[in-house]
Design a protein around this ligand. Sequence first.
Ligand SMILES: *Cc1c(COP(=O)(O)O)cnc(C)c1O
Length: 392
Amino acid sequence: MKFQPTKEGYYGQFGGAFIPELLYPNVKELEDNYLDILESEAFQKEYKDLLQHYVGRPSPLYLAKRLSEKYGATIYLKREDLNHTGAHKVNNTIGQILVAKHLGKTKIIAETGAGQHGVATATVCALMDLECVVFMGETDIKRQAPNVARMKMLGAKVVPATSGSKTLKDATNEAIRYWIQNPETYYLIGSVVGPHPYPDMVARLQAVISEEMKAQLKMQTGKENPDTIVACVGGGSNAAGAFYHYLEDEDVELIAVEAAGLGVNSGESAATSQLGEVGVIHGSKTILMQDEYGQIVEPYSISAGLDYPGVGPLHAYLHETKRAKFMNATDKEALNAAYELTKIEGIIPALESAHALAVLPKMDLKKDQVVVINLSGRGDKDLETYINHLEE
Ligand SMILES: *Cc1c(COP(=O)(O)O)cnc(C)c1O
């Protein structure tokens, strides 16, 4: 079980829990209880029930015939875009809201960059009648008005982070500050990042993606294992979920796609594995984009969900051990891949997911090669960007 974390949350040298002493009791409480909760019959029953009847799982595994023809391979799309709220993020928020309830918490806090995780969190708080406070950078609040409106309509309080660059990392700082002052709250993290046990817990909750993939591939191709799985990586949760049950099956090629923005070396990029160095971010040792003083370098991507300056510790380890191959796609390549999928399959993907599609032309594909692309979300939220660039 090479790719499972140690008891202290380490994947090789990456992971752990680098937290202020005042947060220790909160994180310890979660660490002591999360596995028992996740494995309990009561949790499993409620989690599976909500995934089926509320989220709409299992999400289809769709053989994309015209895409396959175009690239000369057998390409399946795992349709996370069809989930309630439009992406994979809800798999995690449904799970964690149940964990919070099992721990007896009544108030949820979260941070959000683009607002997608904020919406997924506000959704499950409405569902469970729990108070919800979402921290968001002031700049992001202006840039992501529709998601702010959604969160408010769902009953969440959106608190602006006004320090620093007024973006995600500042919202994270505010959330942690609030958590220290209000230890009775539950901090709901949106990706496989943060101090142990969050990366492992979120990976386990997203693992439903590859659990379904195994059964669906078996039924549709006769074999549980594809040749290749491709997923985009911001923090890394949809990729962790799509890879999870295949991590130890080394015959399955895993491809993680990062956002190159205007180009890996343009200074406007989010390709962490190419540009990052070992450091601590968000309570975890991993690779992150930093300057010579160890300060976080502001990432850039056209897709708001991928412009995170780090990757989760599992992905840092997958990169270091070469278990996963890290590729990247620029803004332009992702846009073109999105227009292409829309035209030939009638599916408008999220800009994040379009990065995964965008590496198809760069792969050396064979006709009978079974490739699964994790289509992490739908493109409704990106329509304005798509329309603006279409007119260029
Ligand atoms: C948030 C988001 C991502 C990136 O987050 P991961 O944790 O890396 O999965 C990817 N796709 C969509 C649609 C998202 O909303």
